[in-house]
Design a binder for this molecule. Structure first.
Ligand code: CA
Length: 219
């Protein structure tokens, strides 16, 4: 299981991140200052670190110097939108940064991208009775392959990586079609209907009024 260390002194933010990542199938540990982070890193292995910049004891930038030799990817969390801060974080070797407040879907997307870059995502995702083999790009139920079009597969992957999250039509379109959502487009709805039918997911892939869709399944 992928293990993520959350270094964030603001408890509500830390809790929100932990719950969201847990729901997405990650194992998380939380520490609340830089010294605690250094301690836990000495004894435990992590695949990714979410690191707040403004921390008591040792700040995130100083801690980064300590983390770099461990070769664990880091995403900085920063309240400051200052360009200098972002540049500094990236110069110090961070993979990415998120400016607070951020949407959970953005957090999950960045986490997934960084883990993929490090080849740390699970090759297989299990959701709603399906096995998604992300290397073969195949979907199976009870060992039998369910044929999907490339867009249906991308759509399924987006839902599978964001279980329990209400996804806006616009977001879905932008992530799967890599283009801006054409106003009033029914493309997403049509593809979701097809996917539901093919997977037998009528009860799992739910419409969220005025928003879009949500996958009810637990990972
Ligand atoms: Ca802070």
């Amino acid at each position: 299981m992928i293990r993520i260390l959350i270094v964030e002194d603001e408890r509500p933010i830390s809790n929100l991140i932990r719950l969201s990542l847990k729901k997405a199938g990650y194992d998380c540990s939380c520490v609340f200052d830089g010294a605690e982070a250094a301690d836990i890193l000495e004894t435990q292995r992590f695949d990714l670190i979410l690191l707040d910049v403004m921390l008591p004891e040792i700040d995130g930038f100083s801690l980064m110097e300590y983390i770099r030799p461990l070769e664990i990817p880091v995403i900085f969390l920063t309240a400051k939108n200052a360009v200098a801060d972002r540049v500094k974080g990236l110069e110090l070797g961070a993979e990415d940064y998120l400016v607070k407040p951020f949407e959970i879907i953005e957090l999950l997307a960045r986490v997934n991208v960084v883990l993929r870059r490090y080849n740390k995502t699970a090759a297989e995702l299990r959701v709603g009775g399906l096995v998604i083999d992300t290397q073969a790009m195949q979907v199976r139920r009870d060992g039998e392959i369910i044929p999907l079009t490339p867009k249906e597969y991308e759509l399924l992957l987006l839902f599978a990586r964001n279980p329990g999250v209400a996804l806006y039509r616009e977001t879905i379109y932008e992530r799967v079609w890599n283009e801006e959502f054409p106003y009033g487009s029914k493309t997403v709805d049509l593809h979701v209907q097809r996917l539901r039918k093919k997977l037998g997911w009528e009860a799992l892939l739910r419409a969220v009024p005025k928003v879009g869709y949500r996958l009810e399944a637990r990972p």
